[in-house]
Design a protein around this ligand. Structure first.
Ligand code: AMP
Length: 556
């Protein structure tokens, strides 16, 4: 099946049509009769080595692969840079070096007692090995062994999966559709199964075996959060919500789903990362709650002396590997619940919002759990008063929810609306990082940023941001961005689109300086949002256009 995978990727590389991609994948899926191969095939196509709920991680960035190539071929840095500069990404760079330098025959440690991979299962064993190695030096040596012993097309496939650079533009939605076509299953059922498992591989296998309907929701398999669309016009909000308009404070924190069963508590972010270890104080509190099993939706916020604190304190808590207890004491956080998704053995997503809220309050009011503040309003005056109150209390604005709406996981629909009065900042992704000047010369501190095109297939550049980041953040981003480099530039790198920033700005102009056709003027970084927002959720060029038109209207 490894050959089938390699061939499929080649076919996908040469088409940009979603229909053709879906057909190509569906045809391939139909040919796979071994469950484990099908599972891995579907996951790898989506750039997934381990599903989000798995504690296993690869922890191998481009930097270590570069070290391995340099060491393997005994290259000096300049020679390597020459190859790297002229390549699209690291796998193309390896391909050029591999073909130019005849690799000497070496005795392999990895393949001394196993044969060269023939199946995707064999590839997964390599990934498991890498994930089990904790030292970077050993990881580099392992990659060197792969460079010398794997045939080029297999090596490139391994590197592409490892660095998530298959570049076939495959989104989970396309693979979902292909599964539905290949195994003749209704797409809604496939999506539901995805919602329950969060694992495209498991869904493919169940679809093939005609067991898709048997997939049930399981705690500790993170699911996607329900999302809100943005609306600044109150009349529009009233029209959409009709009456009994549910207005809720919008808290500035990290969206979290908390799963609990007996003594086990796990916290997941909206991009399904497990952040349980980062918040021991919240886990401690939840473990004491008597309810046996549940899934709550809400926001983690910094909290001291019974008061919600500013978001920046929460940033100090994220991504820590050491001294977590000290950080928890210095900047304690709490969880504010606003929804319940699973209760006592049952999903409650199909209950209307007001019933879910009543359930939440009934079950947890004596536990000390905090709930979001809300009010049901029927006039614009009431709405504005409640909005003002939320601002006075330091909140970001309001979330408006349809009172009888069900919980739609992963959906940004019209049943939840966010209302903020000011010009929303943009959520963008860094695509190039360059060395700064003056005191920032030691950092990659100038970031070209991008948003999605209308179809969410390509990223379009719309500006470059130099200011707003603290030195601490610059240091952290510099380290990460070096890891994500895919191509050398004169003064920095083109990077994999991973780091997400929230950027405020003064104006937007039409411009041909960037390929997005707009230039965001005087941008400044408000904060990093990687982990809190996924790449899929950053703004689109449509949003930029809307903001541009709005600013134009205001100026006239
Ligand atoms: P944004 O991040 O600007 O797209 O706004 C949506 C986010 O607001 C959600 O993903 C939540 O993290 C956050 N949020 C804060 N308060 C609430 C609330 N009461 N209900 C739902 N989401 C909320």
């Amino acid at each position: 099946m490894l050959n089938l995978f390699i061939e499929t990727v080649k076919k996908l590389e040469i088409t940009s049509s979603t229909k053709e991609k879906t057909e190509t994948i569906a045809n391939a899926l139909k040919q796979i009769n071994i469950d484990e191969e099908l599972l891995l095939f579907s996951r790898y196509l989506c750039g997934i080595i381990y599903p989000a709920y798995s504690p296993k991680k690869i922890n191998l960035g481009t930097k270590l692969i570069v070290q391995a190539i340099i060491k393997a071929y005994k290259l000096d840095k300049e020679t390597f840079q020459e190859f790297f500069k002229g390549s699209e990404d690291i796998s193309e760079c390896i391909s050029k070096i591999y073909t130019q330098y005849k690799s000497s025959v070496r005795k392999s440690i990895i393949f001394s007692d196993r044969s060269i991979p023939e199946s995707l299962k064999d590839i997964q064993i390599l990934f498991d090995d890498i994930s089990n190695i904790s030292s970077n030096i050993k990881k580099v040596n392992y990659i060197i062994d792969l460079i010398f012993c794997l045939p080029l097309d297999i090596l490139l496939t391994v590197i592409k999966i490892l660095t998530n650079t298959l570049r076939v533009g495959i989104k989970e939605a396309i693979v979902e559709k292909a599964i539905s076509v290949a195994f003749n299953k209704n797409i809604q059922i496939i999506r539901k199964a995805m919602f329950y498992t969060g694992d495209i591989g498991e869904v493919a296998v169940h679809a093939k075996n005609n067991k898709i309907e048997s997939i049930k929701f399981k705690l500790f398999h993170p699911i996607k959060v329900m999302l809100a669309s943005s609306e600044e016009n109150i009349d529009e909000i009233f029209e959409r919500m009709e009456k009994d308009i549910w207005c809720e404070y919008k808290y500035d924190g990290i969206r979290a789903h908390i799963h609990k069963e007996d003594d086990r508590v796990e916290i997941y972010t909206r991009d399904l990362k497990n952040i349980t270890d980062q918040f021991p104080e919240i886990v401690f509190f939840l473990k004491k709650i008597e309810q046996s099993d549940f899934l709550l939706d809400g926001e983690i916020v910094p909290f001291q002396n019974n008061k919600i604190m500013q978001f920046s304190l929460l940033q100090k808590r994220l991504g820590r590997k050491e001294k977590i207890d000290i950080a928890a004491r210095e900047n304690p956080c709490t969880f504010i619940a606003y929804d319940i998704i699973y209760d006592d053995g049952k999903l409650v997503t199909d209950l209307p919002l007001h019933k879910r809220r009543a359930l939440l309050e009934n079950k947890f009011s004596s536990s000390g759990l905090l709930f979001s503040k809300y009010k049901i309003v029927n006039t614009k005056e009431e709405f504005i008063d409640f909005f003002k109150k939320s601002k006075e209390e330091g909140r970001e604005g309001l979330m408006i929810k349809k009172i009888d709406s069900i919980y739609e996981s992963g959906k940004r629909g019209i049943n939840w609306i966010k209302y903020k009065e000011t010009l929303d900042p943009l959520d963008v992704v860094i695509v190039k990082a360059e060395q700064g000047e003056g005191k920032n010369a030691k950092y990659l501190s100038q970031y070209t940023f991008a948003v999605w095109d209308e179809k969410k297939q390509n990223l379009l550049e719309i500006g470059k941001v130099y200011s707003g980041a603290t030195e601490e953040l610059l240091e952290e981003l510099t380290k990460k961005l070096q890891e994500y480099a895919v191509k050398e530039l004169e003064n920095g790198y083109e990077v994999k689109p991973i780091i997400i920033l929230e950027v405020a700005f003064e104006n937007i102009q039409i411009s041909n300086r960037y390929n997005g056709g707009y230039a965001v003027r005087f941008p400044r970084i408000i904060r990093e949002r990687t982990g809190d927002k996924s790449l899929d959720e950053i703004n689109t060029i449509e949003d930029v256009k809307k903001l541009y038109l709005k600013l134009q209207k205001e100026a006239n």
